[in-house]
Write a protein that binds this ligand. Sequence first.
Ligand code: NAD
Ligand code: ZN
Length: 378
Amino acid sequence: MKAVVYKGPYTVAVEQVEDPRIEQPTDAIVKVTSSAICGSDLHMYEGRTGAEPGIVFGHENLGIVQEVGAGVVGVRKGDRVVMPFNVACGFCKNCTAGHTGFCLTVNPGFAGGAYGYVAMGPYRGGQAEYLRVPFADFNCLRLPRGDEHEDDFALLADIFPTGYHATELAQVGRGETVSVFGAGPVGLMAAYSAMIRGAARVFVIDRVPDRLKLAEHIGAVPLDFGRGDVVELIKDQTEGEGTDKGIDAVGYQATVREGGEQPAVVLNTLVEAVRATGMLGVVGLYVPTDPGGPTEAARHGELLFKMGRFFEKGQRMGTGQADVKAYNRQLRDLIVAGRARPSFVVSHRLPLDLAPDAYQRFDKRESGWTKVLLKPGQ
Ligand code: NAD
Ligand code: ZN
């Protein structure tokens, strides 16, 4: 079958790879109809993670069940399903507590499993014609048949639940003000989720004009960090206090050198933008090692976080991979009911063969390239 294969920094190719097959009785094989490119893929694409060439990318997958193993009872051939990016067993301590982003069975030494992702298990990605889904009963979420809402449902694999998770980590409540750093697909989904949860005002900070425009389109207040001190702008609009809650949807790729040896992180700005005792939800990725980091400390994943300011303000913080399964059913039902349309972020729907060009453009945050859905069947 055809698949998107990582060749080395800034290069992917569409190549023939072996078809996946049922390896365990609990597996299913899914014929992929949509697989999105994610900001998380760019960590590997840009060579920051030390990903081995040969990996098939793609952790945001939707498709039709093609075949199931003898132990699968909940889904059958022909079902339309979307898979959380997390590969999870459903029965370990973390999964039974709902923390499927941290499954102890599939990846005991690390934090959970994912398709097509370095250090998150041996699971091949779905930017391909077919995908093997382990523990299929647990990891497949069934969708209404047909092709309605395909783009909305595709976002249930990752960014919509991840954005929602950010608001859950920050405990965004009705009538609150929220700062969201990053207007990438994840930041936009976090802002959208904050609205769904009844936030009064949501500030979205980025510098990419068309992304800020999308933030405005959903009713958020866009702020361009290239045009002034965003903390001051936020304080000006919150009676000098800062917002009640804050979300980091940028992560370690936005590290900026602040004179010293260690890179500083957007998180320090977030601490300043949020009021004392406010809560922070951090879904932007911070990795334990950064082989491409600018300093020895950065290569070991060390970043300058101003703990003193965080302590002084008595803030709390939640971090980590999203437990997609904790939210995907409810978010699916909001889509079915017409109460959520997350696909406003989707800018491109492309056949698999155009993936190399799409990666390049999405990586450069070219104007208009907000979220790309690859369509292997087309
Ligand atoms: P993206 O790279 O498209 O978006 C990041 C945005 O941040 C860009 O628009 C960029 O212009 C903006 N940015 C850069 N520096 C900034 C700064 N200093 N202040 C404000 N904005 C800044 O990626 P994405 O797909 O939206 O993902 C965002 C992050 O979320 C990535 O780190 C990704 O790995 C992570 N992620 C985490 C999870 C999870 O489960 N926790 C899931 C998916 C993605
Ligand atoms: Zn993703």
